[in-house]
Design a protein. Structure first.
Length: 148
């Protein structure tokens, strides 16, 4: 198993926590080198906060841990293609890389709904999608099937 798959499995574990809490099952882990320094899962419903996406929760935790809003040597693993807000946060945090699992045809800002406008920004985040996409998609599909 390669590094990306290993950390995506940890993000999937976070997604399961979100599902158990009745939130849309999206999970994220923030990695520095080979170590997870922060993790998060969706919490908008339980926190009454529309910005409490898994990525934002993990980025906030990492910034508090490092006592710095710049996370230049870090990588973010998230089970679902990030939205524009979360990609914007990744840029502002100066993340080195974002790796995601399933594509999001309703809100993804990497390529599904829109393409994030990195061209004019002074920091570009390397992005890789589709890591364990089937597994990441399965937990989302299961969640929404139960809701219907």
């Amino acid at each position: 198993m390669d590094k990306d798959e290993r950390f995506m499995l940890e993000a999937l574990s976070e997604a399961e926590k979100a599902m158990e809490a009745g939130e849309v099952p999206v999970g994220a882990v923030l990695v520095e080198g080979k170590k997870v320094i922060a993790c998060g899962h969706n919490k908008p419903l339980s926190s009454d906060d529309p910005t409490a996406h898994a990525e934002i929760v993990a980025i906030r935790e990492a910034c508090q841990e490092k006592r710095n809003y710049r996370l230049t040597d870090c990588e973010l693993y998230v089970t679902l293609e990030p939205c524009a807000m979360c990609l914007g946060a990744a840029v502002h945090a100066r993340l080195r890389r974002v790796v995601f699992g399933a594509f999001d045809p309703k809100g993804g800002a990497v390529e599904s709904v829109m393409t994030f406008p990195f061209a004019k920004m002074n920091h570009r985040v390397e992005i890789k999608g589709g890591v364990l996409a089937a597994e990441c998609g399965k937990i989302l599909k299961s969640f929404f099937e139960k809701k219907r």
